[in-house]
Design a protein around this ligand. Structure first.
Ligand SMILES: [Zn+2]
Length: 393
């Protein structure tokens, strides 16, 4: 299976036949956007009399639009400087025709900007968090399981054409780690791993203070590394993947197959067929045996995954999103920490922080915006206009 792999360059352009007229040539206009932000920042400094060069290059003077395209909901957000000024969320309902779905996203962006009194031309950069996998140039969304009909959609270029602004795109795991790094539990650290466990499992990595994508852009497909050879079947076609044990969809399937119909968890869900991980979390809090056993199993496999990650990358922080964040300290984070510590060398865990997400409801709003900020920071790095790419702490 090769769901994460894709051709590049000319082959990409050729295979883009479903969207004639769309060129996949990378985020245009980033340089100009950086200049605009730098100019505004300089003006602000002159006005305020603050000549300090410290702080974020993008910082307080940017106007960023974020789009978080999720499997069930889409969130568009406008950030003025470091502040989310406005946001809207609506259900993601794939129509089977991606161009129509994208029109709906663009319309939501235009509404958001109009309501906030910001002209589209005044947006410096648009950042998109989209389900993986995507091609290595981050131009195409390549058949995510939750978006019916989205097979090699040149989302970045389509949005750039429609909105007339530079657009940068990252997979949702990368967007999440950027958001945690800039605004959440990874703030101030240089080596951060963020594991998402909503439908599938993705890992975003900040290594040495930079987003790590790997050569193919799919470095974070850690959800499909193996915990058990010949283990549980995974949606990717392999067996025993991390996702097959701690992914929300896989766990939901298991719960619905195995939960005793009269268990507290099943009753809480209104029937076994409606069981989801959050019902198990709630039932485990009440001491329901089935639910506590399931949490134990989840924690065990999550600890295995984190242990592998820690040995491979020695991160300073591992942020565990979604299910662990909802389950909290006693039910999940403490047992996972203890198991990782047991199976890992003390040198590696002495300074290691394993924690839940700190972003809460702001996660989706910050995901796209953080992608835009990263793109502008990257554009600013190494340039001579007195702009640096430093990070908001
Ligand atoms: Zn897999």
């Amino acid at each position: 299976m090769n769901r994460g792999r894709s051709a590049e360059g000319a082959a990409d352009a050729e295979r883009c036949c479903a969207f004639p007229g769309v060129s996949a040539s990378g985020p245009d206009g980033l340089e100009e956007a950086c200049d605009r932000v730098a100019e505004r920042r300089a003006k602000h400094r002159r006005r305020s009399g603050n000549d300090s060069a410290e702080g974020d290059a993008i910082g307080s003077e940017s106007r960023l639009l974020g789009i978080d395209l999720g499997g069930t909901k889409t969130v568009v957000a406008l950030a003025l400087g470091d502040r989310i000024a406005a946001s809207q969320r609506f259900p993601t309902r794939p129509s089977g025709r991606p161009e129509r779905d994208i029109e709906a996203i663009v319309a939501a962006c235009r509404r958001l900007l109009a309501d906030a009194g910001v002209a589209p031309a005044d947006v410096d950069c648009v950042g998109v968090s989209a389900p993986g996998p995507m091609d290595s140039a981050r131009e195409y969304v390549v058949g995510p399981p939750n978006l019916a009909g989205w097979d090699r959609v040149p989302l970045r270029a389509l949005l750039a054409d429609a909105l007339g602004r530079p657009v940068a795109m990252e997979n949702d795991a990368n967007a999440m780690v950027l958001a945690e790094w800039r605004h959440g539990a990874g703030r101030g650290f240089r080596d951060v791993a963020a594991i998402t466990m909503s439908t599938g499992v993705g890992v975003g990595l900040i290594l040495g203070g930079r987003l790590h994508r790997g050569e193919t852009g799919n470095a974070g497909e850690f959800g499909h590394s193996t915990l058990e050879f010949d283990g549980e079947p995974c949606s990717c076609g392999l067996r025993g993947c991390v996702e097959a044990y701690v992914g929300g969809a896989a766990w939901t399937r298991r719960l619905r197959a195995l939960a005793p119909p009269d268990s507290f968890a099943s009753r809480l869900a209104g029937g076994r067929d409606a069981l989801r991980p959050e019902h198990v979390v709630a039932a485990a809090r009440e001491g329901d045996t089935f639910a506590t056993d399931e949490m134990e199993r989840f924690n065990h496999y999550l600890a295995r995954a984190v242990t592998n990650l820690v040995f491979a990358l020695a991160p300073q922080v591992v942020v565990l999103g979604t299910i662990p964040t909802a389950a909290g300290e006693a039910l999940c984070l403490e047992p996972v920490r203890a198991q990782v510590a047991e199976r890992t060398w003390s040198e590696l865990v002495a300074q290691l922080r394993i924690c839940g997400s700190e972003l809460g409801d702001r996660r989706a709003e910050l995901a796209g915006v953080s992608v835009a900020r990263e793109a502008l920071s990257g554009g600013a790095q190494g340039r001579s206009a007195g702009v640096d790419g430093s990070i908001v702490a």
